[in-house]
Ligand binder design. Structure first.
Ligand code: KMH
Ligand code: ZN
Length: 273
């Protein structure tokens, strides 16, 4: 089986220090969390950034500051900025990190309710616009799918030339407004992508580790991090993103799955050509 790529979603746009005091806001805190995840075995950092007061931003200069600082601490890691940003941001606001020299970025493949009353809007034209930008800039998209319909959207836009192969999906499962995070949901999603596509799984909240286990067994990849879950186990807050990554590494070792380095992750995802 292929080595396991672990992505650390270290920051997110919604989670706050009130949920876990280790959630990073400042550049120094973001670097600390990226380094803890890398040291534990993560090869990709999914990056959102904040202003020092915790406000989420897609500001290009703030992204550059964070990316440069992460690269100084962990030179070979893959940094995958968000183009989802936070609910309510405009398309061009969200796309700012794609103006930087980046290898990967998220590409959200549909509209859904996003907890409570929020709607995370990604119309077909938005997805085409983002996909086209990533093709022009040579950025590999990670296709964020919050429901099965979004897989179909991604495949349709691939056929129309807005998303290039090799396709790499992220099943984000358990968002209030998206697909659930039970095993049958995972089997449904996993069975809905083409055989030559790769995937990772981001289980939200209590779904994080059960879905990580399912993906490790199935040959998929895993995303963990404060963006998705702040607990190491029921009632125990994780002290760092590194603790969450280390738990996945332990699970993988028990199941005989080796961990991919950043160079190996680039190869698995077809980013070397
Ligand atoms: N913050 C969410 C509304 C992404 O990074 O591309 C969107 C999100 C997805 O986190
Ligand atoms: Zn994100």
């Amino acid at each position: 089986m292929e080595k396991l790529i672990i992505t650390a979603a270290i920051c997110g746009a919604e989670v706050l220090k009130e949920h876990n005091p280790a959630v990073p806001y400042t550049v120094a805190e973001i670097v600390r969390e990226a380094k803890s995840a890398y040291d534990a075995g993560a090869s990709i950092i999914h990056l959102h950034v904040r202003y020092d007061d915790g406000t989420p931003t897609q500001n290009k200069a703030r992204f550059k500051e964070c990316i440069d600082a992460i690269k100084a601490a962990t030179p070979d890691i893959i940094i995958m900025p968000s183009t989802g940003g936070a609910v309510g941001m405009t398309n061009d606001e969200r796309l700012q990190p794609t103006e930087l020299d980046i290898e990967m970025a998220t590409l959200d493949c549909g509209t859904c309710n996003f907890g409570g009353d929020d709607v995370f809007t990604n119309t077909e034209n938005t997805i085409k616009y983002f996909g086209q930008r990533m093709i022009e800039r040579g950025i590999k998209p990670e296709l964020e799918v919050f429901d099965k319909s979004m897989i179909e959207m991604a495949l349709r836009l691939h056929k129309k030339g807005f998303i290039n192969k090799p396709l790499h999906f992220d099943f984000v499962m358990g968002v209030n407004g998206g697909i659930g995070g039970d095993l049958r949901d995972f089997v449904f999603m996993r069975g809905s992508i083409p055989p030559d596509a790769t995937y990772t799984v981001a289980g939200i909240g209590r779904y994080e580790f059960p879905l990580a286990m399912a993906s490790i067994i199935d040959g998929g990849h895993v995303r963990v991090g404060f963006e998705d879950n702040v607990y190491l186990s029921k009632g125990t807050l994780a002290k760092s993103n590194g603790e969450l990554v280390a738990k996945v590494v332990r699970m993988a070792k028990e199941l005989g799955r080796e961990i991919a380095s950043p160079a190996e992750a680039r190869q698995i995802l077809g980013m070397n050509s």
